[in-house]
Design a binder for this molecule. Structure first.
Ligand code: EPU
Length: 348
C-alpha cells in the first residue's frame, strides 16, 4: 500500500475521535513496512521523525490532528512453532484482533488467555501495556516477540525478561517508547488448562450460570458477561477501557485512609503495597458537593454510569474535551484523597 494524504482516523480509534493524519498507510508484512518507512523519508523529511504506529487504536486518545506518518499494523496469521507435552507455542501476527486470538485458543482447548476475553484491540498492542483482566496478565502467557527497530530497520527478538513487564507497563512504554514496531507475538499456552477463578466476580458469575466445574469456554463466557454488563461496547459508545491505572500505595497510607474513609477499596499486593480501586475513588468525588462523577456528562464527554474508571465519548466529543474532563476528575480525586491518578490511556 502507498501513503495516502489527509485521512480521517475516526475508523481507527475506539474513542471515535475525528482527527486527520497528515499521511496514512497500512502494512501487512515486514517488507511492506520497510518500504513505507523508506518512502516516508523521501516524501517528507521534516515529518519523518513523526512516525506513529496504530494497532487496534483501543488505548489511545487523539487530542488533535496527527502531523506526521500514521501506520496501521495489519500483519495477520497464526502458526504453531513448537509443541511439547505441556505447552503449545503459537506465533501470532501483531495485526490480529485480540479476541479472535482468544477464541482461536478456546476452540483448541489451549488455556491461558480465556480470562482476557473481549479485550478490544490488536495482538501487537497487548504486550505494550501488558493487558490484564480478571486475575490474569498477558505476561503469564507471553513467550517472546519480534519487533522492527525504526532506527536501523533490523528485526529484534524480545524475551519475557527483555520486555520488563509491570502493571499495565513494559519497556515499550518507557525506554523504547515509539522506537519499535511489533510484528509478531509468540504465546505459551497450556494443553491441559488450569482454570483461574481467583477474581471474585468470575466465581459469582459462574454460580449464576450454575456451573460448578468450569471449562475455559465457561470462564470466557463468564468474563464476557461481566464485561458486557459493566464496560461500554466501543462499537456503540466511544471509549478506551480504563482511563486511569489503579494506584498502588504503601500499606501504612492505606490504613490512614481507611480510618477516614472506611469503605475505601484496596487489595493487598505481594510486594506489601495496596492497590486502590480508582473507580471507587472517582465515584466518591464529583463536579459539586453531593454529586458523583459516575454517570456525569458534559456535552458528549462523560464518565461511564456503570464503571467510573471509563471515560466515554457519546458522539462528537473532541479529544481535548475528554482530556480536560480527565484532568478535572484527577484533580478532584487528588483534592479529596491526596492520591494522584496516573493515566492508562496514551495521549497523542
Ligand atoms: N468500583 C467502584 N466504582 C466504580 C468502578 C469500580 O466502586 O465505578 C469498585 C468495584 O465495585 C470493585 C473495584 O472497584 O470493588 C474493582 O472494580 P472492577 O472489578 O470493575 O475492576 P477495576 O479495578 O475498576 C481493573 C482493570 C480493568 C479490568 C478489571 C477486571 C485497571 C486500570 N483496570 O478495573 O481493565 O477489566 O480490573 O480485572 O487495572 C482496562 O485496562 O482497560 C480495563 C478495563
Amino acid at each position: 500500500m502507498q501513503w495516502q494524504k489527509n485521512i480521517s482516523l475516526l475508523p481507527y480509534n475506539s474513542f471515535k475521535i475525528d482527527v486527520m493524519a497528515h499521511y496514512f498507510a497500512t502494512f501487512e508484512d515486514d517488507d511492506e513496512l520497510l518500504s513505507l518507512i523508506t518512502n516516508a523519508k523521501t516524501m517528507d523529511n521534516t515529518l519523518y521523525n513523526k512516525l506513529f504506529v496504530l494497532g487496534g487504536g483501543s488505548n489511545i486518545l487523539l487530542t488533535g490532528h496527527v502531523d506526521g506518518f500514521v501506520l496501521r499494523n495489519q500483519i495477520k496469521g497464526f502458526s504453531i512453532i513448537h509443541e511439547d507435552n505441556e505447552y503449545v507455542y503459537v506465533k501470532v501476527g501483531a495485526g490480529e484482533n485480540w479476541h479472535s486470538f482468544v477464541q482461536y485458543c478456546i476452540e483448541r482447548n489451549w488455556g491461558g488467555v480465556e480470562n482476557l476475553s473481549l479485550i478490544p484491540g490488536h495482538v501487537g498492542a497487548a504486550p505494550i501495556q501488558n493487558i490484564g483482566a480478571y486475575g490474569v496478565e498477558l505476561k503469564e502467557v507471553f513467550y517472546s516477540l519480534e519487533a522492527m527497530n525504526l532506527a536501523d530497520k533490523k528485526v529484534r527478538h524480545f524475551t519475557r525478561n527483555d520486555c520488563a513487564f509491570g502493571y499495565r507497563d513494559s519497556i515499550f512504554k518507557r525506554k523504547y517508547k515509539g522506537q519499535f514496531v511489533i510484528l509478531t507475538v509468540t504465546f505459551q499456552l497450556r494443553k491441559h488448562p488450569h482454570i483461574n477463578t481467583s477474581y471474585g466476580a468470575i466465581e459469582q458469575e459462574l454460580d449464576k450460570m450454575n456451573i460448578q466445574q468450569p471449562t475455559i469456554q465457561d470462564v470466557s463466557n463468564a468474563v464476557i458477561r461481566i464485561r458486557s454488563a459493566k464496560l461500554p461496547d466501543p462499537k456503540v459508545i466511544g471509549n478506551a477501557g480504563s482511563f486511569f491505572k489503579n494506584p498502588e500505595i504503601e500499606e501504612e497510607r492505606f490504613l490512614q485512609l481507611k480510618k477516614e474513609f472506611p469503605d475505601i477499596i484496596g487489595y493487598p499486593l505481594p510486594n506489601g503495597k495496596v492497590k486502590l480501586a480508582a473507580g471507587w475513588l472517582i465515584e466518591q468525588t464529583g463536579p459539586a458537593e453531593g454529586k458523583s462523577w459516575k454517570g456525569y456528562r458534559l456535552g458528549d464527554a462523560g464518565c461511564h454510569a456503570q464503571q467510573a474508571l471509563v471515560l466515554v465519548n457519546y458522539g462528537n466529543a473532541s479529544g481535548e474535551a475528554i482530556f480536560s474532563l480527565s484532568e478535572t476528575i484527577a484533580q478532584s480525586v487528588d483534592n479529596k484523597f491526596s492520591i494522584q491518578l496516573e493515566r492508562e490511556v496514551n495521549i497523542i
